[in-house]
Each structure stands twice: as structure tokens, then as C-alpha cells.
Write a protein that binds this ligand. Structure first.
Ligand code: TXA
Ligand code: MG
Length: 352
């Protein structure tokens, strides 16, 4: 398949190109587009055949449901059907967090084909804030089913180049709208359970949500990876080809331990790299290092995370030793992704 690639400036959107892409999307094409979290691989959510093509293009397991994207508050009624109390809750959350990086899981409307939700009665719905995403959905005139625009299992794409690397020749259109500003996927909140439960941590935190609904639980991802409530959480994910190990503890202990691990890896003839921060790369002089950015700036680290994981592959690393980040705020989402990229290998250096 020949993929058309369009560059669009999000601050000066070319209406003609958006109109063209919107029409294609409506008529069954696969269109990759930027959102504030990560790039999405979109199809008309009402078109079961187009939705099926998403699974083929990504190599996505057939039991991992898709999020449906909307471009106005009204569109929610074509995607979900809620009880009056759920509707009230959704409206309150939407008022505070939409458009933005929050996905809500609610009962699905009959108009949404079964394969969007992989047979589940519930559907994930999100109103993104990225101007190109909103304009594209608007011009398509339909809700848009879109997972992250990567080959299944690989790190999510935060740059158009990541999407091109994974999906050129597998989708109809890729819109290059620059880098995603948030860098990790949306927070997934299940409002059908009581209390509502965060299934996937993201930029919107438990604390943010608890300002709107007092009682919100968080699925304990470190313990419950084996028995996930969100189908997508059971797969090894966000992974570079290299074997990743995460180290947690105070800065000196962690760096000392990582240096030991690097030496051991080198003795085995392995190419080793370190995932650190601007303030800690100095510990690893003469070794291959990647920085997530300023140690005190978790938003910056979120933005750079997936690009760093993809660079591990570009550099041909066999093993990556990563410093754990603070679990405050969006740090919880970063740790969740790192933990899964590491296939659960998290070593607490204090207890060793
Ligand atoms: O930020 C995002 O959410 C990005 C952008 C493109 O919007 N999308 C994204 O989609 O991350 P995806 O498909 O990579 O992840 C969707 C997650 C999966 O873990 C999936 O299992 C979960 O949401 N999910 C979707 N529908 C669900 C449902 N009905 N019940 C439980 N989990 C659901
Ligand atoms: Mg994904």
C-alpha cells in the first residue's frame, strides 16, 4: 500500500488537507494523526471493516479494545449509553478534563461495532485536545477509533518519524503534526465500576480526579499485571528490543549498581546503555547514555520517554539499565511504562 504523508502546522492548519484526510477517514481509510498524548492510528468507528484493518496494520491482538475519539461533547451520545448517574459523573469529569488526556470507560452504544470493543459491553471514549486531531475528527463527521500508531508491543509514537518507521506502507495516510506534548498515553478511567477505577495511569493523576470525584481507586499495576482489568495491560508493551532492567533507590546506590551491571554485561560481550537524567548521566562517563531530561521535570521526562526507548533500538543496544523515576504526578505513568518495558524487572537496590 502506498502511504500518503502530509505535514500540517498545528498552529496554522491547512483546511484543504484536513478536509481530504477527513473524507478518506470517513470512507474507510486508515489515517494516522497526532494527539497531545501520542500519535493515533484512526479509522471510522462506525465502520467494522475499517476497524478490522487497524488490528491488521498494527498486528494488534484481537482481544485488546480500541479507544473511540470524539471532537465535541455532544458526540459522546453516539458512542456511549449511560445511566443518568453515570452521565452526571461523565459530564463532571468531561467539564474538568476534556478536551485532554483522559479516557473514560462507559457502556457502549449499539452503533459502535463489536470489534471496536472486542466484544466488551463497555467502550473507551476520549476527546483529545490536539488541534489537528479535533479538526480531523470534525471533518470526518464520525467518531474515530484509534489505538496508538505503533506496531503492537513497540514503544508508542510521539513523533511522526516513529509512525513512519512502524506503519509506512501499512496505512493510507500519515499526518505529521510535530511532536506530542504529553508523551505518554491518556489516563484510562473506568466509570462503570464503583468506585471508578484508574486502569492505566497517565498525565491526569488520581489526585487530579479525586478533586472531582472523592472516591477513585487506582488499579495497582505493579501487583496486578498478571490479572489486568484493562485487556491492553496484560501484554508486554512499550518495549525496545533490548532487555531493560529498572533500578530503584538513592542516586548513589543506583548508579553504583548500574556501573557494576554495565561491566558485567560488557564482559559478556553485550552492548549496554543507561537511561538516566541530565543530572545523573555524569555517573556513567565513558558509557552509552540516554537522558530523559531534567530530573526535577517529570513532564519533560514523559515527553522524551518513548523516543529514548526507540533510540535504544537505533543504537543496537542489547541491554538497557534504567534509573527509576519519582512516582509523583505523571511519574506514576512513566514508571508504569518503564516497568512494562522492563517486563517487570524492577530491582530495589536498598534491599539487595
Ligand atoms: O492517549 C491515548 O489513549 C492514545 C491516543 C491515540 O489517544 N491511545 C491509546 O490507545 O493509547 P491504545 O489502544 O494504545 O490503548 C488503549 C488502552 C488499552 O490498554 C486497552 O486495553 C484499554 O485502553 N481499553 C480500551 N477500551 C477498553 C474497555 N472497554 N475496557 C477496558 N480497557 C479498555
Ligand atoms: Mg498502545
Amino acid at each position: 500500500m502506498k502511504t500518503e504523508i502530509f505535514k500540517i502546522n498545528p498552529f496554522d492548519i491547512d483546511e484543504e488537507i484536513i478536509k481530504y484526510c477527513g473524507e478518506k477517514l470517513r470512507n474507510g481509510s486508515l489515517v494516522c494523526f497526532p494527539t497531545e498524548t501520542v500519535y493515533g492510528l484512526g479509522a471510522n468507528a462506525f465502520n467494522a471493516e475499517a476497524v478490522n484493518n487497524i488490528f491488521k496494520a498494527k498486528g494488534r491482538p484481537q482481544d485488546n479494545p480500541l479507544i473511540v475519539h470524539i471532537s465535541s461533547f455532544d458526540m459522546i451520545n453516539s458512542v456511549t449509553q449511560c445511566t443518568p448517574s453515570e452521565k452526571l459523573l461523565m459530564d463532571k469529569l468531561a467539564e474538568r478534563f476534556w478536551p485532554g488526556p483522559l479516557t473514560m470507560i462507559a457502556e457502549k452504544s449499539p452503533e459502535i461495532p463489536e470489534n471496536v470493543t472486542c466484544g466488551l459491553k463497555s467502550v473507551g471514549v476520549r476527546y483529545p485536545s490536539h488541534k489537528i486531531a479535533v479538526k480531523l475528527i470534525e471533518s470526518s463527521g464520525v467518531p474515530v477509533a484509534a489505538p496508538s500508531a505503533n506496531i503492537s508491543g513497540k514503544p508508542s509514537p510521539t513523533k511522526a518519524s516513529h509512525v513512519i518507521e512502524d506503519l509506512d506502507g501499512r496505512v493510507d495516510i500519515i499526518i505529521d503534526g510535530g511532536d506530542s506534548s504529553v508523551g505518554v498515553e491518556s489516563t484510562v478511567l473506568d466509570i462503570t465500576s464503583f468506585p471508578p477505577c484508574i486502569l492505566r495511569p497517565g498525565y491526569v493523576t488520581q489526585q487530579d480526579i479525586s478533586e472531582i470525584i472523592l472516591d477513585v481507586s487506582e488499579f495497582v499495576w505493579k501487583k496486578d499485571v498478571e490479572k489486568p482489568r484493562s485487556p491492553g495491560m496484560k501484554y508486554k508493551h512499550y518495549s525496545p528490543k533490548a532487555t531493560v532492567t529498572l533500578f530503584k533507590g538513592n542516586e548513589q546506590d543506583v548508579s553504583r549498581r548500574i556501573l557494576n551491571e554495565i561491566n558485567r554485561a560488557k564482559q559478556q560481550g553485550l552492548k549496554a546503555g543507561v537511561l538516566a537524567t541530565d543530572q545523573t548521566i555524569c555517573y556513567y562517563i565513558d558509557n552509552i547514555t540516554l537522558s530523559l531530561g531534567n530530573k526535577g521535570n517529570l513532564s519533560e521526562q514523559a515527553t522524551r520517554l518513548y523516543d529514548c526507548l526507540r533510540k535504544c533500538d537505533e543504537m543496537g543496544l542489547d541491554v538497557v539499565f534504567a534509573e527509576a523515576v519519582s512516582e509523583n504526578g505523571v511519574g506514576d505513568a512513566i514508571m508504569n511504562r518503564l516497568y512494562r518495558a522492563a517486563g517487570g524487572r524492577l530491582i530495589d537496590v536498598r534491599s539487595n
